[in-house]
Write a protein that binds this ligand. Structure first.
Ligand SMILES: Nc1ncnc2c1ncn2[C@@H]1O[C@H](COP(=O)(O)OP(=O)(O)OP(=O)(O)O)[C@@H](O)[C@H]1O
Length: 242
C-alpha cells in the first residue's frame, strides 16, 4: 500500500522534566527521572527497555490515565498536567485509544458489539463494520471472543480502539501474548492504522523486532531516556525478523 499521508512536523507530545515517584523516603520508586521528549504527530513510535524502566508509566501519563509527580506533558497545545480530572477524561474520550496485552474484550458480546461499545459514545466514529474490515475481521463480526484466536481477539481490540478515530493509539505489549505469525498480523494492522488513518501509534514492548517498523525508537533505562533513534529504513510487518 502506498503511503500517501503527509507527515506533519508538529509535535503530538512534548514532555519536560517528566518525573514520577511512587512512595516516599527510602521506599520511593523513581519510575521516571526527568524525561524530556518530543513525539511528532503521525509517527509510529516504539518504546523499548528492560522491565521496570518506566515505559508503561510514561504511556499512562501521556494517555491521561495517570499524573506525574513533577514536570510537564503537553498533547499538542494542551498541557495534560494542568487538566482537571473531568478534562483528562474528556481528553481520553476524544483523542486516545488503548490496546493492552490481554485484549479486554467483553466475553458476552460478539466482535461487532464489542466495537459498538465505543462507536455508540464517540463523536465521529467509524462504522463498526468498517473498523472490523480495517483489521481484516469483517467476516467474523458475529463471533464471540471465545470463538476467536488470540490474534483475532487482539485485532477486535484494535478495531474497538480505532473505531472512535483517536488521534493517538497507545499499545502496551500488544503482541506479548501472541505467537510470531499472529503477532506479525497484529503489527501489520497497527502499521495500517498509522498509514491509512494517520493515527500516531505509540507502542511499549520488550520485543526488539517491533522497533524495525518504527519511525522513532525510544530506549528507556532506569526511568530515563538512554537513546532516541530515528529509523531511516523502516521495514514492513512482513519483513521483520521474529
Ligand atoms: N502503582 C505503582 N506503585 C509503586 N510502584 C510502581 C507502580 N507502578 C509502577 N511502579 C514501579 O515503577 C517502575 C516503573 O514501572 P513501569 O511499569 O513503568 O516499567 P516498564 O518499563 O513498563 O516495565 P515492564 O516492561 O515490566 O512493564 C517499576 O519499578 C515499578 O515497580
Amino acid at each position: 500500500m502506498a503511503d500517501t499521508r503527509l507527515k506533519s512536523l508538529d509535535a503530538a507530545f512534548t514532555t519536560k522534566g517528566l518525573t514520577k515517584t511512587y512512595g516516599e523516603g527510602p521506599a520511593a520508586v523513581h519510575a521516571l527521572r526527568g524525561v524530556d521528549l518530543v513525539i511528532p504527530d503521525g509517527e509510529f513510535v516504539v518504546l523499548l527497555g528492560p522491565s521496570g524502566s518506566g515505559k508503561s508509566t510514561l504511556l499512562n501519563i501521556l494517555g491521561g490515565l495517570d499524573r506525574p509527580s513533577a514536570g510537564s506533558a503537553h498533547f499538542k497545545d494542551t498541557e495534560l498536567t494542568a487538566l482537571s480530572d473531568a478534562e483528562l477524561t474528556r481528553y481520553r474520550r476524544d483523542h486516545v485509544g488503548f490496546v493492552f496485552q490481554f485484549y479486554n474484550l467483553m466475553p458476552s458480546l460478539n466482535a461487532r458489539e464489542n466495537v459498538e461499545l465505543v462507536t455508540e459514545i464517540a463523536r465521529t466514529p467509524l462504522d463498526p463494520d468498517e473498523a472490523l474490515a480495517l483489521v481484516g475481521l469483517d467476516k467474523r463480526a458475529h463471533h464471540f471472543p471465545s470463538e476467536m484466536s488470540g490474534g483475532e481477539q487482539q485485532r477486535v481490540a484494535i478495531a474497538r480502539a480505532v473505531a472512535k478515530r483517536p488521534t493517538v493509539l497507545f499499545c502496551d505489549e500488544p503482541t506479548g501474548a501472541l505467537d510470531s505469525a499472529t503477532g506479525r498480523a497484529v503489527l501489520k494492522v497497527l502499521t495500517d492504522v498509522n498509514e491509512q488513518l494517520g493515527t500516531t501509534v505509540i507502542i511499549v514492548t520488550h520485543a526488539a523486532n517491533t522497533a524495525q517498523l518504527a519511525d522513532r525508537v525510544i530506549h528507556f533505562a532506569d526511568g530515563s531516556i538512554r537513546e532516541v533513534i530515528e529509523n531511516t529504513a523502516k521495514l514492513t510487518a512482513e519483513q521483520i525478523e521474529w
